[in-house]
Design a protein around this ligand. Structure first.
Ligand SMILES: Cc1cc2nc3c(=O)[nH]c(=O)nc-3n(C[C@H](O)[C@H](O)[C@H](O)COP(=O)(O)OP(=O)(O)OC[C@H]3O[C@@H](n4cnc5c(N)ncnc54)[C@H](O)[C@@H]3O)c2cc1C
Length: 300
């Protein structure tokens, strides 16, 4: 263990016995053996090669804003890019951002430069890398519409992938089928716009989120994907489950597709609510809702 720690420390800062609870917006999760912040691309590649060679489980995390970690400890390595891969550069209306850049920070920076295309992203608390993995989106826009290419690390090489190769669809990308491919940077095409109009749109979106989402509590955003042509929250509402609470987890009374941590929630509390919803769905509608939030470090 200390040999692994010594080796990892060459490549960047390493936290030992780090708590996943503090690395996720749900504020839930056990400990991880190590969390490493690789200094640069070579360090990142070396870390991955080392972990693969030694058969040590690893997981890349952005801001942990779409993750439900189990209450168990993770005996492996968390790789985080948000402290070291956090630069972006403009070339006219094109921006290339490293994977650890905050999507919100980038959206606001583009706004200040009068560049349009990221207004929808100003309330999504993830990284650019996490947004590619999920094809994050809102208000009928998503990463798919602005990404031109994505730099990834896969099978020992750095490769630029085109938008089409990323297989973007509703909250979907090819990276979900290849968890060992790492997003390193993303090139996006923005458009020249009117700064006042962009600001107005951003302010409206922000106000709408504050009004409709329980942002005062830890959560991971929408728990379920919307079924085609409908909204998950409507079904949950029709089941009469608004405000239902198990342990420290609650189906938000403000937005029933959010499960919030009202204090000391365990992962198992959240999953008990998910089960309650899907049991009700099966009984009343004959189908279940698909989770948008990703479960991590669960045995099942
Ligand atoms: C209050 C709130 C509101 C939200 N609103 C929205 C919304 O409107 N629309 C929306 O789409 N989402 C929303 N989300 C969910 C979430 O913010 C997004 O899915 C976001 O894109 C996740 O980014 P992240 O960096 O936090 O990823 P994480 O949660 O850290 O990771 C998610 C997945 O991406 C993978 N990943 C992360 N970085 C990389 C990388 N560099 N390379 C490869 N894989 C990587 C991880 O391994 C994991 O599998 C919301 C969440 C919250 C808490």
């Amino acid at each position: 263990m200390s040999e692994l720690l010594n080796t990892l420390q060459q490549y960047g800062n390493v936290d030992t016995d780090a708590v996943l609870q503090r690395m996720t917006t749900f504020r839930i999760g056990g400990k991880a053996d190590f969390v490493v912040y690789p200094k640069n691309m070579i360090a990142l590649a070396e870390v991955i090669q080392l972990l693969k060679k030694e058969n040590i489980p690893f997981k890349v995390l952005g801001k942990g804003s779409n993750i439900l970690c189990s209450d168990e400890d993770f005996h492996g390595v968390i790789i985080r890019l948000d402290r070291t891969f956090n630069e972006y550069y403009y070339n006219e209306n094109m921006v290339v951002a490293q994977a650890g850049v905050s999507l919100i920070a980038l959206a606001y920076d583009a706004m200040k430069r009068g560049l349009s295309g990221l207004e929808w992203a100003c309330g999504i608390p993830g990284t650019v890398g996490g947004a590619i993995f999920m094809n994050a989106g809102a208000y009928k826009s998503s990463m798919k519409e602005i990404v031109t290419e994505v730099l990834i690390y896969r099978d020992g090489d750095f490769v630029w992938m085109s938008n089409e190769e990323c297989g973007f669809d509703y909250r979907k990308s090819v990276f979900q089928s290849h968890p060992d491919w790492l997003v390193v940077a993303v090139r996006m095409q923005l458009q020249e716009g009117n700064i006042t109009e962009i600001r107005e749109l951003v302010d409206n979106r922000k106000a709408r989120r504050m009004e409709t989402q329980p942002l005062e509590y830890p959560s991971a955003g929408s728990v379920f994907r919307n079924p085609e042509g409908s909204f998950a929250w409507k079904y949950i509402d029709e089941l009469g489950l608004r405000g239902k609470q198990i342990g420290g987890a609650q189906i938000s009374s403000k937005h029933p597709n959010f499960i919030v941590n009202v204090g000391g929630a365990c992962a198992s509390d959240v999953m008990a609510l998910v089960k309650m919803i899907n049991d009700g769905m099966q009984e009343r509608y004959g189908f279940t809702l698909k989770m948008e939030v990703e479960k991590f470090n669960w045995q099942d």
